[in-house]
Design a protein around this ligand. Structure first.
Ligand code: SF4
Ligand code: MSK
Length: 656
């Protein structure tokens, strides 16, 4: 049994809890993934169910070259080709992902406006400097105006960007000039966020856009509306409201749960309510109440991206990433799992029913049958938060005694926002990316990779994440991370400065030791991938590495992706000029033309392109090869060779 479970995760505590779940008779995602194999036609994008004449399946013919006559017949009832069907499916994934991120951004903007108007007590403007910076970015007058007046204008402008019908998103201006011009030239500069998503749904309806290239271009436009629009605005406004992250010590893994305390896990993506739960859980009356129920205190931890948000700003520990959510409940030690939106398995409720855990839903957009619903009311958020914390405390005496908390937990340093990297590298008085660019130019750092994204039950939990990241840093590639990859890296001990000496190549380790940073920098949650775009733009602006993101020696990856949001993120990275490799599975292989367009033609169009490689070592080397290609184009490849040779080797070379 133990050996069988070891094929499911690289993490010891996770394996222990998969075993406990089996003993307790609890069904988890690991079991379901084994029992139910993915549909081979749907998984390659060859199934369409966009109308009542379908579903239509257009799988590739097995084993032999298809004749033109056969290909002619391989269509849906309406005549849609395999290319149209694969492209439609792909961009509907982008629409789903962009909608999720951008609706998150809308929720933040609505709260932001309420705060500015004085209608959301308990919240305030925490980062005034960022407020002023965003005001400048959006063209909002500052003068002698109060913060609330400025914030009101910002909130209105941001909300207006969702329903805008013409022109282009204001925040596109944050991209390098050359990139903006390219988007305009290609006709992919997004107009309004909602408009681009709706247009995908329209074009993919039966009988509308039948040209896969035209469909994929609209996918690019909607993904850009996500990355440079909805996600970026979510991050900016959250920073103003809750503070821009700065380096902070935290811990990660299932071992952060406490045996003798009331354990509350906050899970999902939006930090709006969880910020208040952090405050409520620290109130003396709540701690007293917990003690009166026999607990030693209240232990708050996070799961998935809500975890990343409250870790980055408060140091709240992370209990796990996507595939660990059911297992946290299997410990038998969780009084409440509080969920907001996105990445919440419906099965948390059925798992919770096997123990004493209460699942508390908080968003009107995300209900789960059987769960307790305590709706987040931003007009009295602390009241909602207190009610939630109280419900958890009162559940403590109901623990069933069948408790096992694995003892593995690791330290991590998180909080590497773009602003922090700027200060860390350049100093308070001359914040800049110059030292990073210089170290790339002199070859100590080979390049930068953004490794992000989910877990996927079709592949061993965390294995591809950690194998890829270790291979990259070993080869002197500085890694920046978000989402569930960041949590995996924390669990593997890669987010501490000491990891540089242990795992990084000589050049990268030297830089990390000098600056005092880990070789893998945690930049936040899924919407915070926008921070990576801003960091890449800052590298371009600092000079010496070309004049567009596509010139930089950088690459991106999501080795264990599963969500539609990951596809949207990948597409906006590609559209921003980044070579982006995905693992596990690829959703368009049912059409060679569509796949070739994404994997080859997009590079000509956008300077960035998609790639698919499930083997994490090979994927890391594809990224390294791309980074080296860019170094060569910039004429800095020789510098790295000089760094790699020690004095004796250089003497030998000179003698030749
Ligand atoms: Fe079939 Fe066309 Fe309907 Fe899709 S839209 S289900 S391909 S008939
Ligand atoms: S939580 S989208 S599983 S990264 Fe952002 Fe993790 Fe992927 Fe959800």
């Amino acid at each position: 049994m133990a050996e069988e479970q070891e094929t499911k995760s690289i993490d010891q505590g996770t394996i222990e809890l998969i075993e406990k779940a089996a003993k307790d008779g609890v069904n988890t995602a690991f079991d379901r993934a084994e029992a139910m194999k993915p549909c081979p036609i749907g998984s390659v994008g060859s199934c369409c169910k966009h109308c009542g004449m379908g579903p239509c399946r257009v799988p590739l013919p097995k084993g032999k070259e298809e004749t033109p006559e056969e290909k002619q017949k391989r269509r849906g009832v309406c005549g849609a080709t395999a290319e149209t069907i694969a492209a439609r499916n792909f961009i509907r994934m982008i629409a789903g992902g962009a909608a999720a991120h951008s609706d998150h951004g809308r929720g933040v903007a609505e709260l932001f406006l309420e705060v500015a108007r004085g209608g959301a007590p308990g919240y305030g403007i925490k980062d005034e400097q960022k407020l002023l910076q965003v005001a400048l970015d959006l063209g909002v007058e500052i003068g002698e105006r109060t913060n609330n007046e400025i914030a009101t204008d910002i909130g209105q402008i941001v909300l207006g960007e969702y329903g805008k019908q013409e022109g282009e998103l204001i925040t596109l201006r944050k991209a390098p000039l050359k990139r903006q011009e390219l988007w305009r030239k290609l006709g992919v500069a997004p107009r309004g966020i909602d408009r681009e998503i709706v247009e995908i749904m329209h074009r993919t309806h039966i009988g509308v856009d039948q040209d896969y290239k035209s469909l994929l271009k609209q996918g690019v436009r909607a993904a850009l509306a996500d990355g440079w629009g909805g996600s970026l605005m979510a991050t900016e406004l959250q920073d103003i409201l809750f503070g821009t992250p700065a380096p902070i010590l935290g811990q990660a893994n299932l071992g952060v749960l406490e045996k003798d305390e009331v354990n509350i896990i906050i899970h999902g993506h939006e930090p709006l309510l969880s910020e208040m739960i952090v405050a409520a859980a620290q109130e003396p009356e709540m701690i007293e109440l917990a003690k009166s129920k026999g607990a030693k205190g209240i232990n708050l931890s996070g799961m998935c991206c809500t975890a990343n948000e409250i870790l980055m700003r408060h140091g709240v520990p992370i209990a796990g990433n996507f595939l660990q959510q059911e297992l946290a409940i299997v410990t038998g030690a969780v009084e409440a799992m509080v969920v907001d939106v996105q990445c919440i398995m419906q099965s948390v409720q059925t798992v919770a029913e096997c123990y004493h855990t209460k699942i508390i839903t908080t968003s009107p957009k995300a209900r789960i049958p059987g769960a307790t619903h305590i709706e987040f009311d931003e007009h009295d958020a602390l009241k909602s938060a207190r009610e939630i914390v109280k419900t958890a405390i009162e559940n403590f005496p109901n623990r069933k005694g069948n408790v096992h908390i694995p003892d593995n937990k690791t330290d991590q340093i998180a909080g590497f926002s773009h602003e922090t990297i700027n200060y860390l590298l350049g100093g308070m008085f001359r914040a800049s990316y110059r030292p990073l660019n210089d170290n790339i130019i002199n070859g100590r750092i080979r390049g930068v990779a953004g490794v992000v994204g989910c877990n996927n039950a079709r592949t061993k939990h965390n294995e591809a994440h950690i194998t890829m990241v270790k291979e990259l840093i070993k080869n002197d590639v500085l890694v920046i991370t978000t989402g569930c990859n960041a949590i995996a890296c924390a669990e593997a001990g890669l987010l501490v400065p000491e990891a540089a000496k242990k795992f990084a190549g000589k050049g990268l380790a030297e830089v990390c030791e000098t600056v005092g940073i880990p070789p893998v920098l945690h930049m936040g949650s899924c919407v915070d991938n926008s921070r990576i775009l801003i960091a890449a733009t800052a590298m371009v602006k600092d000079g010496g590495l070309g004049d567009d993101i596509s010139d930089l020696p950088v690459a991106g990856a999501a080795p264990e992706w599963m969500s539609e949001k990951a596809i949207s993120i990948g597409q906006y990275f590609v559209a921003s000029g980044v070579y982006t490799v995905f693992g596990v599975t690829w959703p368009t292989t049912g059409s060679k033309e569509v796949t070739d367009y994404l994997f080859k033609d997009m590079e000509e169009m956008l300077g960035g392109m998609w790639a698919f490689e499930p083997d994490p070592i090979r994927a890391a080397h594809l990224m390294i090869a791309h980074i080296d290609k860019k170094r060569k184009a910039l004429g800095i490849d020789k510098a790295r060779e000089r760094v790699l040779y020690d004095m004796d080797m250089r003497r030998e070379l000179d003698a030749v």
